[in-house]
Design a protein around this ligand. Sequence first.
Ligand SMILES: [Zn+2]
Length: 176
Amino acid sequence: MTGYLMRNIFNKKLTSELTEIKLTESGFSINKPFGAKPKLFDWKEINSVQFSENRNEVIFEKADKKIGLKNNNIGWYEFIQNVPTRFKEFDFNYVSEFMNSLKPCGVCGIVAVKENVCIVCETITWNNEVAENEIEFIKSKQSELYSELIKDGIEIKKVAEPEHGFKADKNWKLYI
Ligand SMILES: [Zn+2]
């Protein structure tokens, strides 16, 4: 799985990981890669929205069609936080518990660490088993993460900004 930050850089042949969900004024759009036109959906035409049993997917129903959105789709975490409350079958408690359980990532500065791996940049959280020095570890991971930007002469932002529905860590530091 490629982190959100890297997907715009590497053109992977994984349709699911490059599919992007965007919120619109009255619904959302699903944009599959490789030239397909985005599909627009209005909440009004959706009959139900539910998580799959393993919670890795959201399945919504339109007419008699069931459409699944996977958690590696770009924008999925923002999507699950914006499902209208009228969809009573949707597990809103799970969404808030999940988002509240996330921890800040020292490497990219986004509050997206779940079970010691960042959902956004996919770095493993530092502990004294992966490296001796935490700052050195973060520094080397930041160099890896931003290497393409550095190569292209693009300035890396020094303050983390919220993205893809995740909060940013105000205390985040860029060490490179
Ligand atoms: Zn991260």
